[in-house]
Design a protein around this ligand. Structure first.
Ligand code: SAM
Length: 235
């Protein structure tokens, strides 16, 4: 279904992953996040290879389960498990309806409250940016302490460039790309206002420092498109 959430003039409240958003989410994210159509299958492939024959992956902030599905599509071992976690009831309902693979399960919860012990793979695609900045390091530290020593964290975030000129260039290019994808000026500006208080982004350097502070010993940016970056991170 086409995303027309911000098509008409509306009273702008903080963005949330409501039923209205869940209904159009695949179209919304595809037209809003540059590189999404590369990031998800590639995350799926990397996670699937790391899982082997019987690993457990957590897809935290799974929304409708796109990454969960991408992982399971790339690994046909009967004993692998992927657990999708999301705070949004409509997203979890949608994921359960969309994905019938018995190796997938979905939990409606805050990922910070979920027991991640024994995870071979943890995915956080476009999620950390939505939690309070002060709880990001504790959340990553908990993931590091729960996951296997040979585990893999795959994380994608919108990032802010340290240099204001380059940040503005990427940002303007992103807005032009959204318009090229059929969003009007009104849609772009209303969505931006709605996200202002709920999506607080960090620089790439802040991410790398936080991975180290959380106890990870290796972090590499494996993908970048404008202001979006994907990292693979290891204990
Ligand atoms: C941009 S979407 C993620 C997209 C998804 N990972 C994908 O790649 O298709 C962000 C999701 O994170 C969820 N979320 C935000 N904070 C969360 C939290 N603390 N625990 C679990 N889910 C959370 C939201 O409900 C939303 O579905």
């Amino acid at each position: 279904m086409r995303d027309e959430v911000y098509r008409n003039d509306r009273q702008i409240v903080d963005f949330a992953f409501t039923a209205e958003v869940a209904a159009v989410f695949p179209d919304m994210i595809r037209r809003s996040v540059p590189g999404y159509e590369t990031i998800i299958p590639m995350t799926g492939l990397m996670a699937a290879r790391h899982l082997g024959a019987d690993g457990v992956a957590f897809d935290l902030g799974c929304s409708l389960g796109a990454t969960t599905l991408a992982i399971l599509t790339q690994n046909d071992a009967e004993d692998v498990r992927v657990i999708g976690v999301d705070t949004s009831g409509p997203m979890i309902e949608g994921a359960r309806a969309n994905i019938t693979d018995p190796r997938a399960s979905f939990v409606e919860a805050d990922f910070r409250d979920v027991d991640l012990h024994g995870a071979s793979v943890v995915v956080l695609n476009l999620v950390l940016q939505f939690i309070e900045p002060e709880s990001r390091l504790p959340a990553l530290t908990r993931i590091r302490q729960s996951m296997r020593e040979d585990g893999l964290l795959l994380i994608t975030e919108k990032v802010r460039h340290d240099g204001p000129a380059l940040h503005t260039y990427y940002d303007d290019t992103h807005l032009a790309w959204k318009r090229a994808n059929g969003y009007s000026d009104l849609e772009v500006s209303q969505k931006r206002t709605a996200l202002e208080n709920v999506m607080r982004i960090d620089t790439e350097e802040a991410h790398l420092e936080r991975f180290a502070a959380a106890g990870f010993s290796f972090a590499e940016q494996w993908f970048r498109c404008l202001n979006w970056a994907s990292f693979m991170v290891r204990p």
